[in-house]
Design a protein around this ligand. Structure first.
Ligand code: ADP
Ligand code: MG
Length: 542
């Protein structure tokens, strides 16, 4: 302002204008500079943003590529796995097929082996032995005697198993000793869940043999409570010795065999067969005829004797043979006989049978014509029949519905209009009494006497088998009524099947081992080839 002193207003105004002009110029240059700087900065930022975006997109591409590779690899992996799986499935299918083929071949070979084994049995006259292991049952747990809780627990454990359908495995464990496994081989072993059907399926071929002219005997052996009566007859009703015929699937061998025999007979020409039944009990070494009737027609057991005939066969004179026409008549008579069976409740089992039961089904076949073979069971009877027969049989026989006493004095009246012979084949079904250790069943007095008779008769049976096995000249059949009665079946020409019954519990180990030993010895017996009765028309032997 000092410089303005003395100046004119115009000059001052000009000076101000110039100054404004200058400042304006200065301001615009600053703005330009600022603009330039901002522009530059913006350019830089944009550039870096661009390169960042570029980088980002590249990165994205890279990563997505990697992902695609991974996905592709995974898809390929899955495809490979799928292929491998398919291959695996094909292989598994092939393996399954070849396993099936091998199993089928194995089954065929097994059947062949069994057939060969059967023929061998037939040729050597071996005794077939089947073994049935019953399930553990509630009464296996029952305390019969004072043992510690520990031992009792051990008692109800299983000791006998079916390892396969031909092998029994027994685990023998004694306190303080390592357990030892023992195996026993038989023609057939039934595990604890096998049904009565399965058991009978193996018995049925023997019945075909019966109709083909062989004698057959099926005998249940085992300690009391091991399932002999269950196997032979079926479950018994509470407090009733008769077996129940209600539950068909539960029926045992005797009722099933009877039905099968009558079914087989129904397929034969009518009138050529007739069937008789006898029911015998061996109790305390005495033979009782359970179908003998008193004068009022009431059934009561009569003591009989067993003799050896001139042909060397065993026979029970005066034994009642009832003629029956169908299975229900047969079973009705068996049931009647069973009502008389002597029993005594031991501690082992409340319905223990203390006697041997022998149910015999005799089939008489009448054959006509000249074309007979020569080896008749009873040649003399045949000749007699040929000479004097007056032949209205079997009609006459059926009309009379008679009961024959002793087969030697058969009531058949036969008229000979043509040559005629009769052939008898016999099916013996035996439910043996159990042999148990006296200490275990806790019996005394009369029951002890019974037990000792039972044990003696069973040892006599073992002795007889031993004598046959050793081919001794003398076989001690007459040491016991049981062996004398069963002489023809045990030592003679019958196909014999022993059905060993085993209680699986550890508690019964000693008895089970005894039974398995008996079965093993029985298998070794060779009796020579089983004979077939000659029929005029040869039929296939089973
Ligand atoms: P045993 O005649 O040998 O003295 P039982 O046949 O009377 O023996 O059998 C004893 C008990 O065991 C019976 O109650 C019977 O029903 C039962 N039993 C036996 N075997 C079997 C089995 N396989 N399945 C089911 N119960 C059985
Ligand atoms: Mg019994």
């Amino acid at each position: 302002y000092q410089g303005l002193a003395g100046r004119s207003t115009n000059e001052i105004l000009q000076l101000y204008a110039a100054r404004g002009q200058q400042m304006k110029l200065q301001r615009s240059s600053v703005v330009t500079q600022l603009y330039g700087a901002i522009k530059k900065r913006l350019k830089q930022d944009l550039k870096s943003l661009h390169s960042f975006a570029l980088e980002l997109s590249k990165d994205f591409q890279r990563q997505s590529k990697a992902c695609i590779y991974q996905v592709l690899a995974a898809v390929q992996g899955i495809q490979l796995q799928n292929e491998a799986m398919q291959m695996f499935q094909i292989k598994a299918f092939d393996l399954e097929q070849s396993l099936q083929e091998v199993t089928e071949r194995y089954e065929k070979e097994k059947q062949k082996r069994k057939a060969l084994h059967n023929s061998l049995i037939e040729l050597r006259g071996n005794i077939r032995v089947h073994c049935r292991i019953r399930p553990l049952l509630p009464f296996d747990d029952a305390a019969g005697h004072s043992v510690s809780q520990d031992r009792r627990r051990n008692f109800s454990e299983k000791a006998a198993y079916a390892a396969d359908d031909e092998t029994v495995l027994v685990k023998c464990s004694r306190p303080g000793h390592a357990s030892v496994n023992k195996t026993f081989q038989f023609e057939r072993v039934y595990h604890d869940l096998e049904s009565q059907d399965a058991v009978f399926a193996d018995v049925a071929p023997l019945l075909t043999s019966l109709l083909d002219g062989y004698n057959v005997c099926i005998m249940a052996y085992g300690q009391t409570g091991s399932g002999k009566t269950y196997t032979m007859l079926g479950p018994q009703l509470e407090g009733n010795l008769a077996f129940s015929t209600e539950e068909e699937s539960e029926l045992g061998i005797i009722p099933r065999a009877t039905h099968e025999v009558f079914r087989l007979i129904s397929e034969k020409p009518p009138g050529s067969y007739w069937v008789e039944v006898s029911v015998v009990e061996v109790y305390n070494n005495e033979i009782f005829d359970l179908l003998a009737k008193d004068s009022y027609g009431k059934v009561f057991g009569v003591k009989r004797d067993v003799v050896t005939t001139r042909e060397g066969k065993s026979d029970v004179p005066l034994l009642t043979h009832e003629t029956v026409e169908n299975a229900s008549e047969f079973l009705h008579l068996v049931n009647k006989g069973l009502q008389l069976r002597v029993t005594h409740p031991t501690l082992v089992h409340a319905h223990s049978s203390r006697s041997h039961l022998v149910v015999t089904l005799t089939i008489t076949t009448v054959v006509f014509g000249d074309n007979f073979g020569t080896l008749w069971e009873d040649e003399q009877t045949s000749q007699r029949l040929n000479k004097e027969a007056s032949c209205t049989f079997p009609q006459k026989m059926r009309d009379n519905k008679s009961t024959s006493s002793s087969r030697a004095s058969s009531p058949v009246q036969l008229e000979a209009t043509e040559k005629m012979k009769q052939v008898k084949t016999r099916l013996q079904l035996v439910d043996l009494a159990g042999s148990e250790c006296v200490g275990m069943s806790g019996v005394t007095g009369a029951a002890l006497r019974e037990t000792s008779f039972i044990n003696r008769s069973l040892s006599a049976l073992a002795d007889v088998l031993g004598a046959i096995a050793e081919q001794r000249a003398h076989v001690p059949y007459r040491n016991s009524k049981l062996t004398h009665l069963l002489q023809d079946s045990v030592g003679g020409d019958a196909k014999l099947l022993v059905m060993l019954c085993i209680s699986p519990g550890q508690k019964y180990l000693t008895e089970s081992m005894q039974s398995l030993g008996f079965g093993t010895r029985a298998r070794q017996v060779q009796r020579g080839q089983v004979k077939k009765k000659n029929f005029p028309v040869p039929s296939k032997g089973k």
